[in-house]
Design a protein. Structure first.
Length: 344
């Protein structure tokens, strides 16, 4: 504003003009700042948190609230010993789970239903890692989870919510079309992606193939959640999201292991195990990004990923599933990391 005032008028600090114009200038600057903030908070491209939910909720895209991991413990001990509902068990790293039902040991053992204290994938742990009781129970000799825990899911982050919003906007879902079945499946907590096959078994039939949020095969619990949400039994009655007459089948994608080996030339200061670990992490991300997006695993792109790993100068003798060509994927397959063997 001061720049627009003629130079022959005193506008130095403390002058009448300066004192008159400065408050208005400050207010105008604040308006620009406020307008910019409003734009960020109301645009689906930049909104975050509650602001983003205020954009997505009106079109039916709600943030998924996560799921608590659940599994069964095998407890051993004295016949008749009772493990009460509400008892805490944990891993050696302090991840805590809660017993869901009063359980009595019979023939020296029992299977105990447990659930994580909170939602989140951090409660997904390998088999035989939930082995401690926070308070020992007389008559219990040991506890463990015989199977890995895989069904804990985080609260949906902004990036995932934003992606589902734009999918809805760019591919309108209506009247039970393919886009709508995919959207319904992805509304279920734990579903990372879905692929729809209409009329796969005759008129009125729909198949949805799903993966979990980690882009791995879905377990039976997740499959059933999707089925119950879209087309619960008795099927085709319109009791879920699907219209009357639509018979839905939900299955998990099949995992195809991708095994890799190669010889590498290492940069100075690097060791092979460090490079192999970094390569494995990069390959896991690459394969995750491929799920339901491509029909093959690219031999050339695997090589590019390897070259981009810190510590790799060059490579030779790259083998992908015992071959040196692309690995094709069937319609219901997803690639997952198998064995990795790098040598020098």
């Amino acid at each position: 504003m001061l720049n627009d005032i003629p130079s022959d008028i005193d506008k130095s600090e403390g002058s009448f003009v300066y004192d008159a114009v400065s408050p208005a200038s400050n207010e105008a600057a604040q308006i620009y700042i406020t307008d910019d903030e409003i734009l960020k908070r109301t645009s689906p491209f930049t909104a975050a948190g509650t602001d983003l939910e205020n954009i997505t909720n009106p079109v039916g895209i709600k943030r998924k609230q996560g799921d608590k991991a659940a599994t069964k413990l095998r407890a051993t001990g004295v016949d008749g010993t009772v493990i009460l509902a509400g008892t805490f068990v944990q891993t050696k790293h302090g991840l805590t789970y809660v017993v869901q039902n009063d359980t009595v040991l019979n023939n020296g053992q029992a299977l105990v239903d447990i659930q994580a204290r909170d939602v989140g994938s951090k409660y997904n742990v390998p088999a035989n890692t939930i082995t401690q009781m926070t308070i020992m129970i007389q008559g219990i000799m040991s506890i463990t989870n015989p199977d890995p825990v895989i069904n804990g899911y985080n609260i949906e982050d902004d990036d995932s919510l934003r992606k589902r919003y734009f999918e809805r906007m760019q591919t309108p879902a209506a009247s039970g079309n393919k886009a709508q079945y995919k959207s319904w499946a992805k509304e279920v907590t734990g579903v990372g992606d879905a692929k729809v096959f209409p009329l796969w078994n005759g008129n009125g039939t729909v198949k949805i193939v799903i993966v979990n949020e980690n882009k791995r095969a879905a377990d039976q619990q997740l499959i059933q959640k999707v089925k119950n949400y879209i087309d619960p039994e008795p099927s085709s009655q319109g009791e879920g999201q699907a219209p009357i007459g639509a018979a839905l089948t939900v299955v998990s994608a099949s995992e195809r292991a991708i095994n890799l080996s190669a010889k590498v030339i290492l940069a100075e200061g690097y060791v092979i195990q460090q490079v192999q670990d970094n390569f494995a992490a990069a390959i896991e991300q690459y394969l995750s990004d491929l799920a339901f997006k491509d029909t093959y695993v690219s031999y050339a792109k695997i090589g590019r990923v390897l070259l981009e790993v810190d510590g790799v100068v060059d490579y030779s003798n790259l083998i992908l599933n015992d071959n040196t060509v692309n690995a094709a994927l069937d319609n219901e397959e997803i690639p997952v990391m198998g064995t990795i063997d790098l040598g020098v």
